[in-house]
Ligand binder design. Sequence first.
Ligand code: ADP
Ligand code: ADP
Length: 234
Amino acid sequence: DAMIQVENLTRTYPSGTGTVDALSDVSFSIQPGRIAALVGRSGAGKTTLLNCIGGLDTTTSGRVIVDGTDVATLDDRARTALRRDKIAFVFQTFGLLPLLTAAENVSLPLRLRRLDPVEREERVAHYLDLVGLGAQAQQRPGELSGGQQQRVAIARALAGRPRLLIADEPTGQLDADTGASVLTLLRDVVRAEGTTAIISTHDPKIEAVADQVIRLADGRVQPHEARRGRHANP
Ligand code: ADP
Ligand code: ADP
């Protein structure tokens, strides 16, 4: 079964005296272990879609099934539980707590889930190593570069062993080279863990990193052209 199955999803927001369809009749699926890229210009509906999948926003109509659960039918409490247990987020702005060290930032969600302290410390060390920051464990975000901060956020996301990782513009605040290396790292660690991932980005390099590309324009999924060398005629 698909890890994510979106069927005829529409999300309408009030706008002035009328409404705007941020998403119109969106359908697609992502199989377990796949890395999907979500692309489209600003205002296309990427954040709205990720928030609907991740249970951060409600839907207007349609179905959003994540790992067998229809997110659209959940109440607030159940949606919070889904986020805690199955889904991890990575944001453009990293979202690290500035007064905590890298290790403490990775540890915090595990603490909140009351993970056994020994297992917690093991995971913190393992995931910081995995993102190449074993030596920076005791540094605070302000002492790290943007790329390093995003790597801490990736370690924090994966340390909870989520079924699904949602990354909204993870390279949006990074320069091109740093962004490219963060995307490659993200791909490698997500692969190593076997986690399903959906990554929104403006970065065209994503096409080389993703298994699947979902293109949004004006809230609608665009039909895809055949990928060269795979679906093209000989
Ligand atoms: P993207 O992430 O691709 O830039 P968004 O999902 O942020 O696109 O926005 C899609 C559309 O929905 C835009 O027209 C935006 O103005 C509108 N929109 C997004 N969130 C809201 C909201 N909370 N209220 C009203 N309109 C919104
Ligand atoms: P398969 O797993 O059968 O080899 P592909 O790897 O070709 O299939 O496609 C996997 C997913 O990526 C499918 O959901 C498909 O719709 C989508 N896809 C295939 N080609 C493209 C493309 N050029 N652009 C965007 N999405 C594509």
